[in-house]
Write a protein of this length. Structure first.
Length: 97
């Protein structure tokens, strides 16, 4: 399983808009054939910090996600909301297999 942890820090005034845009991307992403999980987490200590947990069956499925219209719409919609560039951290999922 191919997992990416996406660390996101948004501007305080953009939190609600970021959540709305991310909800649409989350809902469409969970319908992708290679998607295994797409969790959106918000820090309880800092509501401007988010972690996206994206798990795909393969690296090819994860790459295909970035070619979807819903991902590209999300990417463009949230670009101006960032307090810092988002950072994707790749991991290899071991369990569950």
């Amino acid at each position: 399983m191919h997992v990416t942890l996406v660390h996101v820090h948004v501007k305080p005034e953009a939190v609600a808009a970021f959540i709305a845009a991310t909800r649409a991307n989350h809902e469409a992403s969970t319908r992708e054939s290679g998607n295994r999980r797409f969790d959106v987490l918000q820090s309880p200590d800092d509501p401007t910090r988010f972690l996206l947990y994206e798990a795909y069956a393969s690296a090819a499925d994860a790459a295909a996600h970035k070619e979807t219209s819903h991902y590209q719409a999300w990417r463009d919609a949230v670009a101006g909301m960032m307090a810092a560039p988002r950072r994707g951290e790749p991991w290899t999922g071991l369990l569950p297999a």
